[in-house]
Design a protein around this ligand. Sequence first.
Ligand SMILES: [Zn+2]
Length: 468
Amino acid sequence: MVSPERSSPLTDVTVVIRGARIASISSNARARTAGSSGTAVQIINGRGLYLAPGLIDSHVHSGGVPGMTVADERAHPDLARVAREQIPRSYLYFGFTTLVDLDARPAQTMQWNGYAAHPDVYFCGATPVVDGYPMNWEPKPERYEAWPYMLVQSGEERALPAGIDVAAHTPEAVVSRMKADGMFCVKSFFEPGQDGARNLPVPRLDTMRSLVRAAHLAGMPVFLHAIGSKAQEFAVAAGVDIIAHGMPQWDAQPENVTQLTPHVQQILDRVIEARMGWQPTLQVIYGFRDVHDPEYLSDPTLARVLPAGLIKWYRTAEGQSFRERLAQGLPKGAAAAWNAVRANSAAPIARNQSAARYLAGRNARILFGTDTPAALIYTNPPGLNGWLEMRRLVAGGLTAHQVFVAATLTNATALGLAGEIGTVEEGKRANLILLRQDPTLTVQAYDEIVKVVIRGKVIERAELAARR
Ligand SMILES: [Zn+2]
């Protein structure tokens, strides 16, 4: 048994699960069936295997099908239905038994819970400022209806489009509405824009502090999308709980600077000091790059997590339309675009790695999160993307042990869920994985999962694959 609060694996152990919880853990094999008279007992022989807590991805978006717009789903309902049934299974396939969705609408909870096998999901409400990121991607005036927890900053009421009830969009009002809708956490954004004009409206410090205060009074952690150094400086000043991305963008620095500057280091030191959660999300940048890779859709690994029909659809003109939008400004022709995007993304990737390596070396509160599937790209597939993120983290300087702790206990603690999940302990939820290798030694172990246990229900890994 490997559990993040233990310094070494526990051997010759019997773990009894009753219902959805871990009833007992003992080193006495004869305790195995004690107290179970009259009820059917399923015994799993784990000899030579490793039992670990199920993994937590604290940054996903579970509402859509990767790469499909609402209109695409409407045009291809069968494809979308099969994909939606597979997505929860793909997360389980790579060991993820808990997800945090950082931008949810109330109806999603019901839909997700309707699937036969699915990870537990905690939902966050998203609070962009009026016309800020990411609501700027949607046409007006529809966007004002699409973001129920949109923030109106004090003093900016008069410039609003007609029909917005200002009183319903104060920090206090959106938090109390989220709470009533069953939301678990609050997500906000400090994003002036990543390309072209960087002039999107962003929250002011007083607005963010009010949001944090209201959220904490309601017992909800606050995540902030902040990918630039200026944005993370703002996150520290506002006292948010979790920075939802790494730091690929260093403001006021030449593009080719990838070694930590004193200023960036200072901001990261303040992140460490504040014990703020920090999600490197290294893989998501590769996802935005790899969508231009002409070979990407031929990777056989994809067929393990995505239905064959969906992969086929990605090759169609409809399936390629978002990639084409991203390719505007890149050289024409697949090979030329791919070369250019690789060159363009090298510096942001290196900067993000530098920041992650610095924090990992100083025992910062690194949280495991992937931002799957990210916008409308299909190159951050459910489940698989988590495993890729782990490999990126190790390449970026984390140990397999640090990755394991980030994806279990540190995530659970930062979310206030350490009493329920994150370790293998008596009384906790029976969300477990059984692996052929020790996950504290190698992240390859997560592709060597044998069985997944979700709330006490045991599932063979092979049954969770898209191609089975
Ligand atoms: Zn996200």
